[in-house]
Unconditional design. Structure first.
Ligand code: ZN
Length: 282
């Protein structure tokens, strides 16, 4: 049996190359590049999740973990992909304004991002966007393009835990090199808006959070390094989201949401860290 294992250095080279290559148009034809089955994707995601748990510190404030799980669960339940189990975890790092997802339903959000959201709707917008990537199966699609089908299958079937460790560090989390194409980002936003509506959130919370990130990208880009590398902040994302808002955005719940969000997330985090988050003005 012909057996080969691509050395890690070659995978790393492929990653660097990939990040320089502009992405092709995929449209909304889901699963076009997906030769990986859902079971394989979930298996791969589970293994990556083990590595993420080793490489990051998770927030020990269980009430906030629970709150994010509930918020994300509400969105996942109304998403277009309910054949997998979703897992939502808060990473304890207030310097990073970031969120990311693994293949197979694992989503992570940093405390730095939780502190920058003004209400539950804005957090929901971020989670809905990541669920959009998962629903459209962008992860396995990009990984297939990046690594090639045979290496990806090797990874799924392989017994070498080092491959997962290295790839988890390179593809996900702080380095965040699993870049999605502009079209993938726009599709995740479109799906995210649908899920926000279905779950009863104001869809304009996505616009407000995207605008916030755009202004942060100018004022304090260092905090957004990994987010910007995985989520290109093209103004076209704001434009698209604005264009998709209709006049019936629902009742203005933002005041109640903001109050609830402050007492459930922001104040407990301030207590946990012993100081308020740094302001944009610094
Ligand atoms: Zn994205």
């Amino acid at each position: 049996m012909f057996k080969t294992r691509m050395p890690i250095t070659r995978i790393a080279c492929a990653l660097v190359l990939f990040s320089l290559v502009s992405c092709t148009t995929i449209g909304i034809n889901r699963g076009q590049f997906n030769l990986i089955s859902t079971a394989e994707e979930v298996e791969m995601g589970n293994r990556f999740a083990e590595e993420i748990a080793k490489q990051h510190r998770f927030l020990e404030v269980q009430s906030i973990q629970q709150y994010v799980r509930e918020t994300g669960g509400r969105l996942a339940a109304v998403s277009d992909r309910t054949d997998i189990e979703y897992h939502f975890t808060v990473i304890d790092d207030r310097e990073q304004v970031n969120a990311f997802a693994l293949p197979g339903g694992w989503l992570y959000v940093y405390t730095g991002l939780l502190e920058r959201a003004d209400n539950e709707g804005e957090l929901a917008a971020v989670l809905a966007h990541e669920i959009g990537h998962i629903a459209a199966r962008h992860h396995t699609e990009q990984m297939t393009k990046l690594l090639g089908y045979s290496l990806l299958v090797q990874l799924v079937l392989g017994e070498d835990p080092n491959q997962y460790a290295v790839l988890a560090a390179q593809l996900f989390g702080t380095l965040g090199q699993l870049k999605f194409s502009r079209d993938d980002e726009l599709e995740a936003d479109r799906l995210g808006l649908v899920y926000l509506r279905r779950a009863g959130y104001r869809p304009d919370s996505m616009v407000s959070f995207l605008e916030k990130l755009q202004s942060m990208a100018r004022s304090e880009p260092s905090r957004l390094t990994s987010f910007l590398s995985t989520h290109p902040m093209a103004p076209v994302r704001v434009e698209q989201a604005r264009g998709l808002l209709d006049s019936s955005t629902g009742p203005d719940m933002s005041v109640q949401e903001a109050e609830r969000y402050r007492t459930t997330v922001v104040e407990p985090l301030e207590k946990y860290y012993g100081s308020p988050p740094k302001s944009d003005a610094g």
